[in-house]
Design a protein around this ligand. Structure first.
Ligand code: NAP
Length: 249
């Protein structure tokens, strides 16, 4: 059976890989990102592979934008029952230099964004009596220097996930979180730039700290999301899976 999935922040990085993987799994996928035009490459990759995809421009932190986006997906693809809350930003700084804007921006995209998207999508999931929610946390939830805002948001995603599992389980909806370690994307490229090191050197240094001795890639996260969104994962809910090449970052 074809399910309808929404992946936020799917123009690039982990979101793009996850959207492509869920499409390969047999789902129709709404590729949601801030700019509709930025979703073109992900949509093309999915349709070229013979699956259905829809580009949706929306700001997950804006309630009206989210309502419009989810209604459009329901109308053009069908009732969305799979949701991957992946959209994210970083505004890193040591606490004494962190501005209120840095704090609010990160809370707004990760936590408010996941809340608004989930509130809009659960209506369809409850009506259908089936659903899968995957939230992107991070190993930074355990604490990370220079990321007080991001670490708090990613720890918050875990509490949010467990509560969704408790509230929505009776409607056939599971909710799980994936906490990636170091993944090679534009987000980590930006971190290397902020630290003034080349991305290649940064990747090599981070890989050396990882028990499996390599960096992670978006497909590593997409594989975990694929499992959580599958039919057979229906008895797995409220879990946090660290996908980090080892037990910690
Ligand atoms: P990325 O390459 O920066 O992609 C994030 C995407 O989210 C971008 O396309 C971005 O759009 C979009 N986005 C930002 N704000 C948005 C908003 N308000 N509404 C809709 N879309 C928005 O990031 P990534 O590395 O793939 O990370 C994906 C997720 O995994 C994030 O939640 C991140 O925190 C988490 N994560 C990443 C790592 C890692 O090592 N990379 C590790 C742990 C967790 P724009 O390009 O327009 O800004």
């Amino acid at each position: 059976m074809t399910r309808i999935a929404i992946v936020t922040g799917a123009a690039r990085g982990i979101g793009a890989a996850t959207a492509q993987r869920l499409a390969a799994d047999g789902n129709a996928v709404a590729v949601l990102d801030l700019e509709e035009s930025a979703c073109a490459d992900t949509v093309a990759a999915i349709t070229d592979a013979g699956a259905r995809a829809l580009a949706v421009g929306a700001d997950v932190s804006d309630a009206a934008s989210v309502e419009r986006a989810v209604a459009r997906v329901a109308e053009e693809l069908g009732a969305p029952t799979i949701l991957v809350n992946n959209a994210g930003i970083i505004r890193d700084n040591l606490l004494f230099k962190m501005t209120e804007e840095d704090w609010d921006a990160v809370m707004s995209v990760h936590l408010r964004g996941a809340f608004l998207m989930t509130r809009a999508v659960q209506e369809h999931q409850v009506k259908e009596g089936w659903g899968r929610i995957v939230n992107l946390s991070s190993t930074s939830a355990l604490g990370n220097r220079g990321q007080a805002n991001y670490a708090a948001a990613k720890a918050g995603m875990q509490g949010f996930t467990k509560t969704l599992a408790l509230e929505l389980g009776r409607y056939g909806v599971t909710a799980n979180a994936i906490a990636p370690g170091f993944i090679v994307t534009d987000m980590t490229r930006a971190t290397a730039e902020r630290l003034g090191v080349s991305f290649d050197d940064f990747i090599a240094a981070r890989a050396a700290e990882v028990p499996v001795q390599r960096a992670g890639y978006p497909d590593d996260i997409a594989a975990a999301a694929s499992f959580f969104c599958s039919e057979e994962a229906g008895f797995v809910s409220g879990q946090v899976l660290y996908v980090a090449g080892g037990p910690r970052a």
